[in-house]
Design a protein around this ligand. Sequence first.
Ligand code: MG
Length: 304
Amino acid sequence: MDRKEFLIKTALCGGALAAATSPMKLFGGPSSAAKPKSPELKLSFQEGIAPGDSLEAKLDFMESLGIKGLEPGGGNLSSRVSELTSKLQGRDIKISAICAGFSGFLLSEDASVRKQCMDSMTEILEAAGALGARGVILVPAFNGQKPALPHTRETRNFLVEELHELGEIAAKFNTTVILEPLNRNEAHYLRQVADAASLCRDSKSSGIACMGDFWHMTAEETSDYGAFFSAGPYLKHVHIASRGNRIMPGEDGEVDNYIEGFRALKALNYDGYVSFECGTRGDRAETVTAAVNLLRKQWSEAKI
Ligand code: MG
C-alpha cells in the first residue's frame, strides 16, 4: 500500500488498519550490546557553544579542551561541505551529527509539506554523509507545526513507513536519521527515548537511529539509566545541558547530575558523542571549561 492509499483508507476505515504492522524485531535489543569495555567520553559542541569570533577560533578553543566533535546545524549544509571539511583538516575534531535544518514536517496533513521534509532531509543527508556525520537529527512534529495528523495508531504506522523510506536514503549516504524525543512543551508526539527506539525497530531500516537529550529527559523520563539502556544499539547521539535552565552543565548546581545516564552509556559501550546544546549565564570561556571538567569527573564516577 502506498502512503496516499494508506491515508485514504485510514480516513475511511478508522481503526481497521490498526493491526497492519507487525512488531517484528530486526535488530537485537540491549541484551545484544557488546560487552562493556570502558568507553571514552567523547564530547561535542554545537557551533554556538565555544567562545570565539570565527569557526577557526572556536575550533582552537575546542581543541584546547580536548573536544572531539562539532555538531553544525543542517541549514544550507550542502553549501558548507567544503568549508567544514577544510577547517577540520589536520584537527582532532570530527563532525558528530547534524542538528535538524530541514523544512516541512513528516506528520503534516498536507502531502506537499511532507514532501518538503523528505526533499530537504535528502539534501541534508547527502551532505551529512559527505562530512562523515553519524546522522541528521529529526523531530517528526513540533507542537507548533499544524495541521498535523492525529495522534493515533494509524499515524504511527504511517510514520514508520515514512521513516523506512527516509532511513533507506540515509543508509545510501552512509549516515542515519536520528530521532530526537523532546519534552511535552515542544513536541507531545515523541517524548521518550524508548518510544524513539521502538520506532527505529519498527521502521526496519539500518538508517534510522535515535538519541536522548538530558534536558528533555529531565522532564519526561523516570530513569536516565533506563531511558538510555532501552535504546540499546539504536542510540547514536546524546545532547546535554544543565537540568534546571538549559544552560551549561554545572550552572544549575547539584541537580546537574548525569552519572546514572553515563552508567548506562558505559554499560552499552556507547561509542557516540555527548554534544552540548545549551546557553550560559556566565562568561562562556569559564562556564564551558567548568562544564567539561564536571562531565569528565562524573564520567569517571559512573560505575557500570
Ligand atoms: Mg536536543
